[in-house]
Design a protein around this ligand. Structure first.
Ligand code: ATP
Length: 258
């Protein structure tokens, strides 16, 4: 496939007369791995939802994988997008493999009377294995870290060209967080065609595979581009309206508030 994975032009999102996003222009080329960072309420999740064809812009245009929102079959497009949200509202006590299989139907629960074909079953088994998930586990008793890995495997079920991650390390202890970061950092190797966008609050959670970053403040982009030019002390301090020193060591980032 050619062209950018994402192209947003002058996107605004307005609710209750409030501009939650405004003047957003963003181009994400295929194969890039973006981090979307900003203070609470900056609009990160809203922007990610637009990238995932979950939310439509109030103004401007959003092209996702070459298709313009509002002009395409959403079901088909959504199969091309893996979405990882740790607040996954699954109620049933599904096995790890069944959680992964719901990625095939794009549903939260298993679809009644739906039977996966052999190919889907094989892919689910391989994903459970490569993500290092214990296949005896069931949803209700999985730890947050195990759930996170199961949700990434679920998101990869359709082999999507675009993966969106909304704070995938939420609720993880430091060991589980490191494992999650490693899992995400290895994706470009196992899925070389993949493009990803990850929302996070914490610089420590950025995988070393991050190639680009966008800083969002009060619904507007403060900076967007190659990661080392964006995650600087100056730009991050401007974004958070607070002095923050950004450091990069051995490929990983940290931030210290002044
Ligand atoms: N559909 C909606 N209707 C009204 N307000 C909304 C809607 N969606 C989001 N908002 C508001 O827009 C703002 C941005 O929300 P969003 O969740 O995108 O921010 P965020 O940067 O992801 O925040 P956080 O870091 O706290 O998760 C918030 O004030 C939120 O309450």
């Amino acid at each position: 496939m050619t062209g950018n994975a994402l192209e947003l032009h002058d996107v605004a999102f307005i609710r209750g007369g409030r501009r939650i996003l405004d003047g957003i222009g963003l181009e994400v080329a295929r194969g890039e791995h973006w981090a979307l960072i900003g203070p609470n309420g900056a609009g990160k999740s809203t922007l990610l939802n637009i990238c995932g064809a979950v939310t439509f812009p109030s103004r401007g245009t959003a092209q996702i994988l070459g298709a313009q929102l509002g002009r395409i079959d959403l079901r088909e497009l959504r199969r091309s997008i893996g979405f990882v949200n740790p607040r996954h509202p699954l109620r049933s006590n599904l096995s790890a493999q069944d959680v992964v299989l719901t990625g095939e139907t794009g549903s939260i629960e298993l679809v009644p009377r739906w039977q996966p074909d052999d190919d889907a079953l094989d892919r689910a088994r391989i994903l459970v294995k490569t993500m290092g998930i214990d296949d005896e586990l069931r949803w209700h008793t999985m730890s947050q870290g195990e759930r996170g890995r199961a949700l990434i495997a679920r998101a990869l079920m359709t082999d999507p060209p675009l993966l969106l991650l909304d704070e995938p390390s939420t609720g993880l202890d430091v060991a589980a967080r490191e494992q999650m970061i490693r899992t995400i950092a290895e994706l470009p190797e196992s899925h070389p065609e993949l493009t990803s966008v990850m929302v996070t609050h914490h610089f420590e959670e950025l995988p070393p595979s991050t190639t680009h970053a966008a800083l969002l403040r009060k619904g507007r982009l403060v900076a967007a581009g190659a990661v080392d030019g964006v995650l600087t002390t100056e730009r991050v301090s401007e974004c958070f309206d607070h002095p923050i020193e950004v450091l990069r060591r051995r490929g990983r980032w940290s931030a210290i508030a002044g």
